[in-house]
Design a protein. Structure first.
Lengths: 182, 310
């Protein structure tokens, strides 16, 4: 197994700040905008963005957690069912600008499931996608993120590991892991 | 990733503590789903479920059907009263014919104890026992213990008394298994004639005095008197039963603390429970019904998600 660092904590800091500035450019004072973090791993980035926006603008952008397990298209096609996480959206997204936040986009299937799950909370005016890592050339659906932290070229045997401090890791770090093919 | 240790839900007895906890955790998520503006998820959209009820049921059947529909499954209903069983078809033939129409899961209620176990040996589909004779009613016990956990935060260490017709009750037996697996202390209470002899062998306390039982417990689960299952008279009259074992507000007021009141339904108001108790704030009867849908969604989801042979 090979482990290569894609972003260290300093670079990650710069990247997240840049993503926030891009959001501010497009959403202004966020009066009609909400953030939805995708369970289980997108919620840490979503929290981080919410805090940064508050520090920059003193604006509290509504944040919800969305679990997509029940909307996935691989149910009964995996060895075991996926374990669901909590959905916690305390607002209606009807006519809002929704920013979906996830850590990594790979095949695009999670995002498809997320969009399906999201519309049970109303019909948004516009939906945008923000991901920290974009694994290029691996999409199985016509879905692309609007805001990208870093583009990475990967192959199938590789995976991206995102470590957050709030999860108990020493530092925020993102790794690219390559499994040996035996 | 956790998954159930069983392919069928035949009874609580065959579940592990991990299974029960996994069902509870999954039910938490489904409870959130059924409180959304749109209460439906597409998980089981390519799954067909047959509800086969050889015995009458309103609540359980409705609850299962709602759970199935909220998971987007295709549902077919079958009741014995309108079927070819009357023409002499056997249970196995009936079910095999239904399965030949490509049904993935079977929810079954039958008046004979062990009927779903018999089927499980002969067919491939996942089977969920919705009550077999006087044996088990696993989803009821799961929703009962889930409701206790929701109200008291835990089941472990709590004292639960089951009051009424223990002899004919599958709810009682399944509840005893579930409560004991979750670490609760269990007592049964009722007229001596309605308490089976084997029950002490399950590690359950027996109390004939209902006031003493109420004084002991944190939770009282009150069962219906099942007149339709009683071939002979086990007590002189319903009035007399009600006089000695009916739970009234006065009884609850005489206790030195508050207890939780449960009832699996259907309630015979004024017989085993008085109206003011059933409608009081101690009662979680309607929570049980709401949780029933979430629990059944969790069971269906977890069983359907297991790898299929075809």
């Amino acid at each position: 197994m090979q482990k290569r660092l894609i972003l260290d904590s300093h670079q990650l800091e710069i990247t997240v700040n840049r993503l926030c500035q891009q959001l501010i450019e497009n959403h202004g004072n966020f009066s009609d905008s909400v953030i939805i973090g995708l369970q289980p791993r997108g919620i840490y980035l979503a929290e981080l963005i919410k805090t940064r926006l508050f520090n920059n603008l003193s604006i509290e952008v509504p944040l919800g957690y969305l679990d997509t397990t029940f909307h996935r298209d691989d149910f009964r096609r995996r060895k075991k069912p996926r374990e669901p996480s909590t959905t916690n959206i305390k607002f209606i997204i009807e006519d809002k600008n929704v920013i979906l936040v996830d850590d990594v986009i790979y095949t695009g299937r999670s995002i498809r499931a997320a969009m399906d799950a999201m519309i049970t909370f109303g019909r948004p005016r516009k939906v945008e996608l923000l991901t920290l890592i974009n694994r290029k050339y691996s999409r199985q659906l016509p879905i692309e993120p609007d805001y990208v932290g870093k583009d990475v070229n990967t192959i199938k045997t590789q995976r991206v590991l995102v470590e957050w401090k709030v999860q108990g890791n020493k530092e925020d770090k993102i790794w690219l892991i390559t499994e040996e093919i035996s | 990733m956790k998954h159930l240790s069983v392919k069928h839900l035949l009874g609580i007895k065959s579940l592990t503590l991990d299974d029960i906890n996994l069902i509870f955790e999954t039910a938490d998520n489904f409870k959130e789903v059924i409180n959304r503006p749109i209460k439906k998820v597409p998980s089981l959209r390519d799954v067909t479920i047959a509800n086969i009820f050889f015995e009458d049921s309103t609540r359980t059947r409705l609850s299962f059907e709602l759970a199935e529909k909220r998971l987007s499954a295709d549902v077919v209903n079958f009741s014995a009263s309108t079927s070819s069983l009357k023409k002499g078809e056997t249970l196995l033939d009936t079910v095999n014919n239904i399965l030949a129409m490509k049904v993935d899961m079977v929810v079954m209620r039958h008046s004979s104890s062990g009927a779903p176990h018999f089927l499980a040996k002969h067919i491939d589909a996942n089977i969920i026992n919705a009550g077999d004779g006087t044996h088990e009613h696993p989803t009821q016990a799961l929703l009962d213990t889930y409701s206790i956990k929701e109200r008291l935060n835990t089941v472990n260490g709590k004292k639960v008394v089951i009051i009424g017709d223990i002899l004919h009750s599958r709810v009682a037996l399944s509840n005893i298994f579930a409560l004991q697996k979750l670490g609760a202390k269990v007592m049964v209470c009722g007229p001596n004639t309605l308490i089976p002899k084997y029950i002490r062998g399950l590690g359950v306390e027996v109390e004939l005095d209902v006031l003493a039982a109420l004084q002991w417990c944190d939770v009282a689960n009150i069962l219906r008197i099942q007149l339709e299952r009683q071939q002979i008279k086990y007590f002189p009259s319903l009035r007399e039963y009600s006089l000695y074992y009916g739970i009234t507000k006065r009884m609850l007021d005489s206790l030195d603390r508050e207890i939780v009141i449960m009832h699996p339904g259907p309630i015979n108001r004024g017989i085993e429970i008085s109206s003011d108790v059933a409608d009081s704030e101690h009662s979680i009867i309607l929570d049980q019904v709401e949780n029933g849908v979430a629990i059944r969604m969790a069971v269906l989801y977890l069983l359907a998600g297991l790898p299929t042979p075809n």
